[in-house]
Write a protein that binds this ligand. Structure first.
Ligand code: KG4
Ligand code: ZN
Length: 328
């Protein structure tokens, strides 16, 4: 079964073809990072206009890379939320047009569920995901701890009370003058630094919630007071504080819930320190997609679409965007 996935929730225009929910036949991602970098963050209006310009070429490139035409597809899936309304609209309307013209079943996908399903993509040391599992979803807009009981069956146990993990990385990078996007910039800078300062870790005991605004403010105060030896040391200290909290909460909740695995997903899951630290601290198998499938892409949307369509979850052409879509 070949599914075309389409993703336009934020600042990447992406299309991919995935076979049987595991094999990537093609994947194209047109990033708008350089366009938004000059503003220091994503400008929604600019993002949606850019999606309009790139969506058709990106889909054509994904089909060309796969060596197929629309008639060779068995279904189509598209992100309907959460995300920027104007951006989501571009992908959803193009997906509906293709579904109508080619008589294909369509599945509307939650972007966060898409991130989780990146773990089904086959890779060299691939472990099959098992239920129940604990998913840590860490992206630009979310830091969620989710109990996954089966396909499409989620209980959100905790979330961030202020900044998402990726958002915190982006803001910290701005404070340290490291540019945008912040996550990769902090990780790179931290390689030349030492985590000399112990920045505060909000434990929020008794809950599965996170809070990252305190550590960001503490970093800002250090910079303002001129008490940081270098941006690299600031990056190392910040990265360590955020990763420490993410790992300790995730391992604690996985133990408490007696799950079989931990799934780490979302853009921040491409962070090397987080990947290593979680694997080393967890008594359970930890599944993490290859870094390239952690950040926004359409292959994960196609995988998720495969499981939706296989389960008979087919949407009609009345499908619409839901910018504040929740997981459970
Ligand atoms: O999942 P994603 O690509 O888009 C959203 O759905 O938000 O996540 C983007 C976020 C950004 O905040 C970015 O700074 C962060 O993921 N990120 C990282 C790394 N790569 C991307 N954070 C830490 N370390 C990284 N290597
Ligand atoms: Zn994402």
């Amino acid at each position: 079964m070949r599914i075309l996935g389409i993703e336009t929730s934020c600042d990447e225009t992406a299309a991919a073809v995935v076979e049987d929910g595991v094999r990537i036949i093609s994947s194209q991602v047109a990033s708008q990072v350089e366009i938004h970098a000059r503003y220091g963050g994503i400008v929604p209006e600019v993002a949606s206009r850019q999606h309009i310009l790139t969506i058709i070429p990106v889909i054509e490139a994904a089909l060309a890379e796969a060596g197929i035409r629309f008639k060779d597809l068995d279904g189509i899936s598209v992100t309907i939320g959460p995300g920027l309304a104007g951006s989501l609209l571009v992908g959803v309307n193009v997906a509906k047009a293709i579904a109508l013209a080619s008589s294909l079943p369509i599945a509307g996908i939650n972007h966060l569920e898409g991130h989780i399903y990146a773990n089904w993509l086959s890779s060299p040391h691939h472990l099959e995901p098992q239920f129940p599992s604990i998913c840590l979803i860490v992206s630009g807009g979310h830091s969620d701890l989710v109990l996954m009981k089966g396909h499409g069956d989620y209980v959100v146990l905790g979330r961030t009370r202020d900044d998402a993990a990726g958002e915190a990385f982006d803001k910290a990078a701005r404070i340290l003058g490291l540019g945008y996007p912040g996550g990769p910039a902090i990780e790179q800078a931290a390689k030349n630094g030492v985590a000399l300062v112990k920045l505060p870790r909000a434990s929020l005991k008794g809950t599965c919630d996170f809070s990252f605004s305190g550590v960001k403010t503490a970093l800002l105060r250090l910079v303002e007071a001129g008490r940081l030896s270098s941006a690299a040391d600031g990056a190392a200290s910040f990265q360590e504080a955020v990763v420490d909290v993410l790992v300790s909460k995730t391992v604690a909740v996985a133990r408490e819930r007696r799950v079989r695995q931990i799934l780490l997903v979302g853009g921040v899951a491409s962070n090397g320190l987080l990947r290593r630290w979680l694997v080393e601290s967890s008594p359970l198998p930890v599944l993490i997609p290859e870094p390239v499938w952690c950040t926004d892409n359409a292959a994960m949307i196609a995988v998720c679409g495969y499981f939706h369509l296989k389960a008979g979850k087919i949407d009609g052409l009345g499908l619409d965007v839901i910018p504040s879509l929740k997981l459970a």
